[in-house]
Design a protein around this ligand. Structure first.
Ligand SMILES: [Zn+2]
Length: 201
């Protein structure tokens, strides 16, 4: 299934249907997050994995209605849906976006229908990073250091923000984005991803 409720609301990892964790699951208790909560459509496995890969790598924008529908449904069920001022797509470096022709997270954000939440693109990627899948966990954090910034005329101060991305693996990208947004004055930063990978500790 692609829309699940049985996941940890702090890290997004799958938990048993009858397990209830108040704040975090045992797998994320030692992890530090700058985002306050996470919502996801599912786990990074078939059939969702293949849909995301096709959407992202093969420019199959025909999948946009399906994936934005998953996003709309999952966010509607999240604890923070009523609080979002801005949707902020996790930015790609412009050279990569130019090459691909689109930022898939931005396309999804544009399809969402939550009347009080607007799209805000004032979080930017300041330098091109190595593809995250090609580096180790330790390298990921270093790789992302100072990779994001906010535009000087941003309006993030005092706002509640929901980041949008396709896949959470270690959470390093979301973490770095959330950190930058909070430094810019955001009071809450939530995260939405289509799928959560990295189910191990
Ligand atoms: Zn957790």
């Amino acid at each position: 299934m692609c829309i699940v409720d049985s996941y940890c609301k702090r890290c997004g990892r799958e938990i048993g249907e009858f397990e209830q964790w108040q704040t975090n699951c045992p797998k994320c208790e030692d992890e530090e997050y700058h985002f306050d909560a996470i919502s996801c459509a599912g786990i990074y496995k078939e059939p969702l994995r293949n849909l995301i890969l096709q959407f992202k790598l093969a420019d199959k924008t025909a999948l946009l209605p399906t994936l934005s529908d998953f996003t709309q449904k999952a966010l509607s069920r999240s604890s923070f849906v009523g609080e979002i001022d801005y949707f902020v797509p996790v930015p790609m470096h412009w050279t990569r976006e130019f090459h691909r022709g689109f930022n898939q997270s931005h396309l999804i954000a544009k399809k969402l229908n939550f009347p009080n939440a607007k799209i805000n693109n004032d979080l930017v990627r300041t330098r091109r990073t190595k593809t995250q899948t090609a580096v180790t966990i330790a390298e990921r954090k270093k790789n992302l250091l100072n990779a994001f910034a906010v535009r000087h005329n941003h309006t993030f101060s005092g706002k509640k923000i929901c980041l949008i991305d396709d896949v959470k693996t270690t959470g390093a990208t979301l973490n770095e984005c959330a950190k930058v947004l909070k430094e810019a004055g955001a009071v809450k930063v939530f995260a939405f991803v289509l799928a959560v990978a990295g189910q191990g500790k």
